[in-house]
Ligand binder design. Sequence first.
Ligand SMILES: NC(=O)c1ccc[n+]([C@@H]2O[C@H](COP(=O)([O-])OP(=O)(O)OC[C@H]3O[C@@H](n4cnc5c(N)ncnc54)[C@H](O)[C@@H]3O)[C@@H](O)[C@H]2O)c1
Length: 309
Amino acid sequence: MKILVTGGAGYVGSNLVPKLLASGHKVRVLDNLMYNGYSLLPYFGDENFEFVKGDVLDADVVRKCTHDADIIIHLAAIVGYPACKKDPNLAKDVNVFGTRLVDKHRSKSQPVFYASTGSNYGALVGDICTEETPLNPLTIYGTTKTEAEQMLLDSGSVVCYRFATAFGLSPRMRLDLLINDFVYQAVKKRNLILYEKTYKRTFVHVRDMVRCFLFTIENYDKMENQVYNVGSNQLNYSKEEVALLIKEKIDFYLHFADIGKDEDQRNYEVSYEKISKLGFETSITVDQGIDELIRAYELIDIKNPFSNI
Ligand SMILES: NC(=O)c1ccc[n+]([C@@H]2O[C@H](COP(=O)([O-])OP(=O)(O)OC[C@H]3O[C@@H](n4cnc5c(N)ncnc54)[C@H](O)[C@@H]3O)[C@@H](O)[C@H]2O)c1
């Protein structure tokens, strides 16, 4: 199949593209390389790989990229609330209007797999979120992703994934993700100050996100026009539990603070029953992810080189 991956040079995309190529697909990436393009360098020699340096806000480029795609995996976005807060107008443009352009320049025979987010649930207290739970996003990231998700669902021929918070290694590394960040502080600074320690969060390894896209290619008929929480009931943790798990493996100073708060106030458990019933299960635990991160951080001086936040 011919697959267009927007934002394919990013944290998720640079794990996804090699797997799509290895599965025999032709892959076109559309990315404006906000964070540099090193992550995809190994694939420029592959005849099934094409890279288009361009913007999802450029209608001509989007039309050229979508015209012959069998599937569009739409990842391009300003991701996470710190990046969105830094440039709210850009976040609205890319996350909402960029998605609208992609939708406008495809036909209904070209399904879109949309990387939405659990941030759409926003502030919820004491609830276990299912796909039916009303959305209450609190940040620009959450509101723009929610708007784009609804727009695509209204349009049809789509699968939307409300991914948990990702963790794990990627050629375009993200240190703003909770587990990646906690392990980084523990390994590099031997110090972690933790606030809102009882807050519950839910996680998914970046390679399991990739597996979920591949799973959808095989199961699209069953998944069309549906929203799925993607993660695992086994990967719901409090922030304190994550920090203590890291502390079992590495010695660092862990300090619990009363001040400080996450702007999106995520504090919830998520149910993954819907996608589990279809046969998709995650394969990598938080414990394994922490081990992987420790091994890499101890050897490599990762300073979020491609991040502009
Ligand atoms: N990583 C996570 O925890 C997580 C969780 C849930 C959902 N998601 C979603 O998955 C998708 C990918 O996230 P990621 O972690 O890989 O983020 P990322 O920031 O690493 O990747 C985003 C990519 O989009 C590109 N991009 C940004 N603006 C663009 C534009 N105007 N035109 C073309 N390309 C543009 C960037 O250059 C980058 O390569 C996003 O839609 C995000 O909302 C990620």
